[in-house]
Design a protein around this ligand. Structure first.
Ligand code: UGA
Length: 437
């Protein structure tokens, strides 16, 4: 089948390559010429495990271009552009709207337009009306991939969700997308067909639930801090209840990235527009708890070191999660910047995130007090304190004795509760976790 994918960011680029892996002929389209140039040369423009190999393996069925007219040959068109956060918290629909407008002249009778972007409920209905006069049908097929596992999640998803229009159009849209995903469906992947509003809500509800789970355990960490309890043991204990489950109960400096924070804010903004803001008022608490986590590290450092001005602090981690170079709304980078603003000399180390962080640090005017490196060992030389802000495996497996010898001080703040506390204490460190006294 001939497929176009509009938008080649983390979601679209991985989706395009994955569709080629399923045997389809795919053109990826994006307005960013640098990104397209890189993808066309089978070089991933961002760090995502397995993605380079997937691009290379399927290069004969994959092309990338900035020219929207290339979509004319395709019969299925995925819309995978970003919906960033607007100043008022709502989702910015500029890219979705311009993708659909750009696509309209190239749509033919019988084509299928498949929305994958995370959008405010009500969007698919509106876009469906726009697409209808071309004879094409629109459906919504939200994506649930996690960065760091994007290829695996696209090719082996937990479920497929189809939001379709009522009647024959819905049936034909379902049949076409079933054909596109036939290999995935054949593996027994659950496939749920529903109306537009439900499909749009499934996506934001899932991310809101995950965000709530993280903020719940971080709220418990706040209580643990003043009671002497250990939040990791608490999470283990409640997690054995299969109704609760242990996953996404890791307390620490909270969630970041290009999805969870902006999706809960966008959901709240949309509920308020719909006159049901009260239903989601709890998500504001989820957001507040999460934002508080980022200041907790500076509080702990101040408790231990006093005034941070003049101190040298090394922060391990810049990207918002391990196995990613994504620094969007990264708690790690936010913390490094706030420590630099407090007068500390900060060295941030991250195997991948250090590269994209450079430009942002220059923009924030902090380059004199905040530097980045890929080498986390070099970074610790002479440091008064070490903060672990992203749980890369290479940090977790580090030898505490060696690190202790390189540092001037002996304080480690484990912002992700990912280190073996006893091991670091045995190496002479003062260990402070998040909610585990
Ligand atoms: C998230 C969802 O998990 C995906 O299902 C969804 O498809 C995606 O957003 C999206 O909307 O596109 P992602 O942003 O890649 O995926 O990251 P997560 O793995 O959800 O992690 C988000 C943040 O939560 C990270 O900063 C992570 O460190 C933090 N986190 C995660 C915790 O603080 N504690 C946990 O227990 C788990």
């Amino acid at each position: 089948m001939k497929i176009s994918v509009i938008g080649c960011g983390y979601l679209g680029a991985v989706h395009a390559a994955s569709m080629a892996e399923l045997g389809h002929e795919v053109v990826g389209i994006d307005v960013n010429p640098h990104r397209i140039d890189s993808l066309q040369r089978s070089i991933a423009p961002f760090h995502e495990p397995g993605f380079d190999a997937l691009l290379l393996k399927n290069s004969s069925r994959l092309t990338f271009t900035t020219d929207m007219s290339a979509s004319a040959d395709a019969t299925v068109h995925f819309v995978a552009v970003g919906t960033p956060q607007s100043a008022d918290g709502s989702a910015d629909m500029t890219y979705v709207n311009s993708a659909i407008e750009g696509l309209l002249p190239y749509l033919s009778d019988g084509d299928l337009v498949v929305g994958k972007s995370t959008v405010p409920v009500g969007t698919a209905e509106r876009l469906s009306e726009q697409v209808q006069p071309t004879g094409a049908v629109l459906m919504w097929n939200p994506e649930f991939l996690r960065e760091g596992f994007a290829v695996e999640d696209t090719l082996s998803p937990d479920r497929l969700v189809y939001g379709v229009p009522a009647g024959d159009d819905g049936d034909s849209a379902t049949a076409i997308l079933d054909e596109v995903y036939s290999e995935i469906i054949a593996k027994g992947t659950p496939r749920l067909v529903m109306n537009f509003a439900t499909a749009e809500l499934v996506k934001v509800a899932a991310n809101s639930f995950l965000a709530t789970k993280i903020s719940f355990i971080n709220a418990m960490a706040e209580i643990a801090d003043v009671t002497g309890a250990n939040v990791t043991q608490l999470a283990d204990a409640i997690g054995y209840d299969t109704r609760i489950g242990r996953r996404f109960l890791n307390a620490g400096i909270g969630f970041g990235g290009g999805c969870l924070p902006k999706d809960i804010r966008g959901f709240v903004a949309r509920a308020e527009e719909l006159g049901v803001g009260d239903a989601l008022s709890f998500l504001k608490d989820v957001d507040d708890i999460n934002v508080r986590r980022r200041t907790r590290v500076a509080e702990i450092l101040t408790e231990e070191l006093g005034n941070l001005a003049g101190k040298t602090i090394v922060v391990w981690g810049i990207s918002f999660k391990p196995d990613s170079d994504d620094i969007r709304d990264s708690p790690a980078l936010d913390i490094a910047e706030s420590l630099a603003r407090a007068g500390a000399t900060v060295v941030s180390a991250d195997p991948e995130g250090w590269k994209p962080a450079q430009a942002r640090i220059e923009q924030s005017g902090l380059s004199d007090s905040l530097t980045t490196t890929a080498d986390h060992r070099v970074a610790v030389a002479g440091a008064d304190a070490l903060v672990v802000a992203t749980e890369w495996k290479v940090f977790q497996g580090e030898n505490a004795d060696t690190i202790g010898e390189l540092m001037s001080g002996n304080l480690v703040v484990d912002g992700r509760n990912c280190l073996d506390a006893e091991f670091w204490k045995a190496a002479g460190f003062r260990y402070r976790g998040m909610g585990r006294a």
